[in-house]
Design a binder for this molecule. Structure first.
Ligand SMILES: NC(=O)CC[C@H](N)C(=O)O
Length: 233
């Protein structure tokens, strides 16, 4: 007899320690989401805490602030080294921006220096691309790579919440597009001008979404990340 899906998915993370960068932003929600998938969620604030984790999540928040704090907490260099060494990392929203190799419209500090990212993902992102806070929106997305969650009618769409999220304007040759906002179906079409926009990507062990699965109770994006860590996706 096959086990119900919910049983299988609730254990998928068991035995794994997943760090969540806990400098600013909605890291608590991500810790909750990884624990819901059966993994241990660990807030990361010190360089040494990066040593014994199986994967890392960079949460939503404010990418300029997380960048600044990562320097103050001396996390930036060890984090970049771990990413380069192949640590699986999932970035949502500000986390996507921080994983991107390039920002189309970086913020600048008072001295005119553009904000920096950790990098690793061969993409160009545009910040706040869908508009301001009051233009935050929700939509359903077809999301590739979630076949493990298929029921009789296939894979259910992912209900995605966008809060001043970025979109991806360029993907490198090794980057797989997992989801796009479709101008024909999105409830929010004003900023799309008829063009589908990329909002979820994967490259090797790096995963990024423009939206926030951790705030809707959507577990499958975290489960996909856990399967990537396990080498099962
Ligand atoms: N919800 C979010 O993470 C917003 C990201 C934010 N606009 C930034 O540029 O960092």
């Amino acid at each position: 007899m096959t086990k119900p899906l919910s049983d299988a998915s609730s254990r998928v993370g068991s035995g794994l320690r997943i760090g969540v960068l806990a400098l600013q932003g909605d890291f608590r929600e991500h810790i909750h989401a990884v624990e819901a998938a059966g993994a241990t969620g660990v807030g990361i604030r010190r360089p040494a805490e990066l040593d014994d984790i199986d994967g890392l999540i960079i949460p939503g928040g404010e990418s300029t602030t997380i960048d600044k704090l990562s320097r103050i907490f001396e996390l930036r260099d060890p984090l970049q080294k771990r990413i380069a060494d192949g640590l699986p990392v999932y970035g949502s929203c500000a986390g996507m921006i921080l994983l991107a190799d390039e920002i189309a419209d970086p913020a600048t500090d008072l001295a005119g220096n553009p904000q920096q990212t950790f990098g690793g993902l061969d993409i160009t992102v545009r910040r706040n691309a869908f508009g301001r806070q009051r233009e935050s929106f929700e939509t359903d997305l077809d999301f590739k790579g979630l076949d493990f969650s298929a029921g009789e009618s296939g894979v259910d769409p992912v209900h995605a919440v966008f809060i001043r999220g970025p979109w991806v304007e360029r993907v490198g040759p090794n980057v797989q597009v997992l989801a796009q906002v479709d101008p024909d179906h999105a409830s929010h079409t004003a900023t799309l001008h008829g063009v589908a926009r990329i909002v979820a990507v994967r490259s090797g062990q790096l995963l990024a979404t423009s939206f926030h699965p951790e705030v809707t109770g959507e577990k499958r994006v975290h489960e996909l990340f856990i399967r990537m860590i396990r080498g099962e996706a």
